[in-house]
Design a protein around this ligand. Sequence first.
Ligand SMILES: NC(=O)c1ccc[n+]([C@@H]2O[C@H](COP(=O)([O-])OP(=O)(O)OC[C@H]3O[C@@H](n4cnc5c(N)ncnc54)[C@H](OP(=O)(O)O)[C@@H]3O)[C@@H](O)[C@H]2O)c1
Length: 292
Amino acid sequence: MKIGFVGIGVMGKPMATNILKSGYELMCYNRTKDKISGILKKGALVSNSVEDLIKWSDTIIFMLTTPEVIESTLIKNIEDLDIYEGKIIINMGTISPSFSNKLKEDFSKYKASYIDAPVSGSKKPAEDGKLIILTSGNPTIVDSLNPLFRTMGNKITYCGEIPKASMTKLSINLLILHMMEGFSEMINFAKKGCIDLNSLFEIVLSGQVSNDLFKMKYKNYIDQEFPVQGSVKNGIKDLKLITETAKETGAYIPLTNLNHKMYLKAKELGYEEEDFSAIIKVLENSMQVLKC
Ligand SMILES: NC(=O)c1ccc[n+]([C@@H]2O[C@H](COP(=O)([O-])OP(=O)(O)OC[C@H]3O[C@@H](n4cnc5c(N)ncnc54)[C@H](OP(=O)(O)O)[C@@H]3O)[C@@H](O)[C@H]2O)c1
């Protein structure tokens, strides 16, 4: 199987590297060319055009950001869409259920098989090959792709027909974005009351509310550094997708609407490219009542 990988970003880079390590032939494309040099050294082929990559590949994975970026990269900028005929196209990014349905329709027009396979996890689980991969689409094709998915993840869950994988993924992200804001709010609250963060984390990370997300992020708050695993920018993108989807389904999401405003504020303050745990800076920038 010849794999084409479009989008060598924070997540795409470690995912593509793991595919390569497992012995698949791999061709990569990324808009910003210097981000691709590392994987080129590891033996991947690199394409300067998405069209050439599609022609070369049997299976094309894309790990891109917004619906606009996906459409322009994979559809609008492709002169001859017949090159998709007979190929398997896999979305692994976080997209909305309605956009996933649209991609299914578009790719079926081009006689390609579309599979939805968003991932749960961030940069570190991607590096460790420990992503959770949620799959939707033709079950026979999904089954045939499981060995490929296992190069990137250690749990592969079939969610049913398209777009159930994307709906499941957005539901999980709704919770994760709240968890990060809640963790940040707890830390800011404790700091204002002059509580030592190390003792706070010792309690929180050993008790009932401990989880892998908090364990992965707590050092950011001690070091006051927020190296990107999952960006504020993508958090805002996901909150927009969740809000739009809730409007379509009629789900009531009052806290999510508030959280959306918090993340937009983080963007306004210039933290868009930082890790989404940098949401604490929005709280820290608000009125100070007590100095410790
Ligand atoms: N990071 C996480 O923790 C995480 C976890 C699970 C799922 N996801 C989802 O996975 C997807 C990728 O996330 P990521 O963190 O890897 O994102 P990222 O690093 O910000 O970007 C991913 C890719 O999108 C490309 N891109 C962005 N804007 C573009 C444009 N205008 N034209 C062409 N290409 C463009 C980037 O190219 P350049 O290098 O040229 O900018 C990069 O290759 C997103 O849907 C995200 O929500 C992320």
